[in-house]
Design a protein around this ligand. Sequence first.
Ligand code: M6R
Length: 608
Amino acid sequence: MCGIVAYTGTRQAAPLILAALKKLEYRGYDSGGLAVMSDGVITVEKQAGKLRALEEHLGDELPQGVTGLGHTRWATHGAPNRTNAHPHTDGTGTIVVVHNGIFENFAVVRELLSEKGHEFLSETDTEVFAHLVGELYSGSLEGAVVGALRQMEGAYGVAVISSHEPGTIVAARRGSPLLVCVGEGENWVTSDAAATLEHSRSVVYLDDGEVAVVTPDEYRITDLDSTRLEKTIATVDWDLSEIERGGYEHFMLKEIMEQPESISDTLRGRLLEEEGGARLGGLHFSDEELLSFERIVLTACGTSWHAALIGEYMIEELAQIPTEVEYASEFRYRSPVLNDKTLVIGISQSGETADTLAALKEARARGARTMGIVNVVGSSIAREVECGVYLHSGPEIGVASTKAFTSQIVALTLLSLKLGRLTNLSVLQGRELVQALRRIPGQVREVLGRADRVESIAEEFKDSTNFLYLGRGYNFPVALEGALKLKEISYIHAEGYPAAEMKHGPIALIDEKMPVVFMAPRDAVYSKIASNIQEVKARGGRVIALVTDGNDDLDGLVDYKITIPETLDPLTPLLCVLPLQMLAYQIAVKRGTDVDQPRNLAKSVTVE
Ligand code: M6R
């Protein structure tokens, strides 16, 4: 995630900003930069990669000045290279901006500014905002920033300095955290109190729609109409070690709990209420091209492969386009029959998985068209494919993938919706899906709030040596994912199966020691799964079942019941997977394993 730090005071800004940015390293980022003002000139320095790269680039020659700002970027618009790194300047270099969030209408504004002669160096939405502030500047930085924000749509936390107004930082927030850290004879603006904690624990949190004008000796908070607001100074009373994981014990838990927000970020700006459709800005195929695809192949590894299986079911149901799923490691080495009527979609959180990358290269070499569903902007897979859909779910640090999985399902739903509306999905059906998707972040929050129930189940089964996960339809891949989560972080042997396949072998394993986790939401295959639960109970298995709120039908049968809210069938995996992530996490914690970095595993598998 991006990080903002801005300083104004009497000390040299550059070393302070660099040190503060380092405190945000745990959030993950792909480039960094800073700008420092001295004698009416602002020097901007930036570099792709870790802050170490920026430090090496600067050497001992840090830019001089007592006002400045810095940024760590996690790319959303444009590749993570030096040009796209923040800070960004207007055409004259007198306005300098750092920004977290996404300005959704930046392309339109960019076009308007281009017509007025503005030239842009980067692909970012932030540079467009910097130019707009420059365009509107007429003696007041605050006025220009507010004027520009009125024209921009989307989420932001911004900090702006200008050589016209030495010593002043103008900052504003909507949807992306920002605070003023209050010092003695110096003040800071930051997106995360972790950055400035060592300088002062007194902070003023900005709320959405608020603007801060900060100088070394004072700060003023207003709304966008310039009405002054009285804000309380809060005291930060936590320690750095805690906030690095946002107070959570592990990154995995933090990432599980972040899912209402990460899913919202994947959906942001992409749902078309009226048309009952989806807008996917990065999907550069025309409608004609999309309609020309006779077949879709989804290729991926691990958790991303499980998301692909759900995608296969969705694309076939909603868009009626023949779709298949391939392990990237198999696909790349066999001789798949491909041509330009086949669309091969690579799905990857990291965008660096060697097998997925190679599968896409192979597909291209064999004449197929390619696209990606990727989280990390500018990653190798993102660059390899013709076009794609970014997850925007923020950095995933825990080795066990959690929030990327739910965002992948959301991205695949949006793609299915887009394709479905081009083929056989009616406006009404599309609208129903759009509305159900809108409800998902709140429902995810609801399920995550029921963690206590899962905790007692984890306590009961933490010493089990085997687990079986069973599901049907859209939730068969969720069974696979639940089993993978458990085995990779708790080292308990677990298998996922389509529930009806149990009779063809795994049923032999069932006895009173075997916990069997069933996905049993009220969906098209509910009555079938209820019969499978009977079969397990008849053999003495211990059943943990995920059922829809208000369903008491299975009460006498199942040993442990976890409930999820009602939603449309294709969206049930988004809710069913949450208790499974939590179950795996809580069992692993109870067994004392290294949750975030389980043995033998790497976050990004760049070897085949
Ligand atoms: O970065 P990718 O999505 O391409 O990674 C694929 C797999 O390596 C990954 O999902 C892996 O299975 C995770 N450890 C699952 O939690």
